[in-house]
Design a binder for this molecule. Structure first.
Ligand code: SAM
Length: 325
């Protein structure tokens, strides 16, 4: 009689656990092999790449990058890290804001010759605060196939992890670097009824959060740093609390700033008249209407009409004693 060793069931469980873990790898390999065996049609391929964690590459991204005739990227040395990591040997060529005008005609010629051109950026989704829009516009106008291979984008990764409303969001890219222009842009955005998403350079994060707090008040906000990387951190709190914590923050790494939408409030005629009464002491009706309308998010004509009535009421109240005499 053969007796079972005491640890046999455990060994069997471990073996089946290990093979369960290997199964996705085998399936992924088979899927890439299947994609690689298909011919890649001519066209422009916009390929999203990881924003930090190389394992976030998609199987389709790998298969297109491997089969393309050429990969355009912002910085060839930077993108070589990605392609070398996955054993992709496709030629890399630079396409960025400084050579775009010169390179575009050449890329358009390649597309006209039936070549397969891939476009990637340093990280994330090309065209999102990255080069590519003009190229896509020209390729579309010329009737070439343009295909987007979806993948990571810091804006969406940050939004989903922020804890802020996701039903409507407004991606505002980078704010202007000069203080006055930055504050003016934030004022333009203050009535947008959506979560606001900004990219920001580490050296400017503190100033930008300070300006956001000053213009938008203590709205709930989040600051996402080094997403998908080893030192990913998400700070959540009101804008003024995030601004106050600024000095303790490392001015290094990559940041996305998110701000929740304004609280919806009913804009009554009385509220507008109150603001008009104060503003008309120092401003013309035209200027006051413009500022109040932008501030409250109501049409300028509504504020202007109420201002006319208010002014008429003030005049008639001053005129009353004369009329009586
Ligand atoms: N196209 C890219 C995308 O879709 O994510 C964004 C390119 S934009 C030039 C670079 C900015 O994206 C950074 O300054 C930062 O604001 C944000 N970003 C990129 N990677 C990030 C990461 N891992 N964590 C946080 N923010 C990131």
């Amino acid at each position: 009689m053969i007796s079972e060793p005491p640890n046999a069931p455990q060994t069997a469980t471990r073996t089946s656990e290990a093979s369960n873990l290997l199964m996705p790898a085998a399936r992924a390999q088979a899927e890439v092999a299947r994609l690689l065996a298909e011919p890649l049609p001519p066209g422009l391929y916009l390929v999203a790449t990881p924003i930090g964690n190389l394992a976030d590459i998609t199987l389709r991204a790998l298969s297109v990058l491997a089969r393309a005739d050429i990969i355009y990227c912002e910085d060839t040395r930077h993108s070589l890290t990605l392609t070398a990591h996955f054993g992709i040997t496709t030629h890399l060529a630079p396409y960025h804001e400084h050579n775009g005008a010169r390179e575009r005609p050449k890329i358009m010629d390649s597309l006209a010759d039936g070549r397969r051109v891939a476009l990637i950026s340093d990280a994330g989704t090309p065209l999102i605060s990255d080069p590519g829009y003009k190229l896509v516009r020209e390729a579309v106008a010329a009737g070439h196939k343009v295909e987007s291979l979806p993948g990571p984008s810091a804006a969406l990764v940050a939004l989903t992890v922020s804890g802020l409303p996701t039903d409507a969001f407004f991606f505002a890219g980078f704010l202007p670097t000069k203080t006055a222009a930055r504050r003016a842009r934030i004022m333009e955005l203050q009535q947008v009824p959506s979560t606001l998403i900004f990219f920001e350079a580490p050296s400017r994060v503190a100033d930008t959060i300070g300006d956001l707090a000053q213009v938008l008040g203590a709205r709930p906000a989040a600051l996402a740093r080094e997403l998908t990387k080893r030192f990913e951190t998400i700070e959540r709190g009101s804008l003024d609390a995030l601004a106050a914590a600024g000095s303790a923050r490392e001015p290094r790494g990559e940041y996305v700033i998110l701000v929740s939408p304004p609280v919806a409030r009913e804009i009554t005629d009385e509220l507008i008249e109150e603001q008009l009464a104060e503003a008309l002491e120092t401003q013309t009706l035209r200027d006051a209407s413009k500022v109040i309308a932008a501030d409250l998010g109501v049409p300028k004509s509504r504020v202007y009409d109420l201002g006319l009535k208010l002014r008429a009421a003030i005049r008639s109240s001053f005129a009353a004693p004369d009329d009586v005499s």
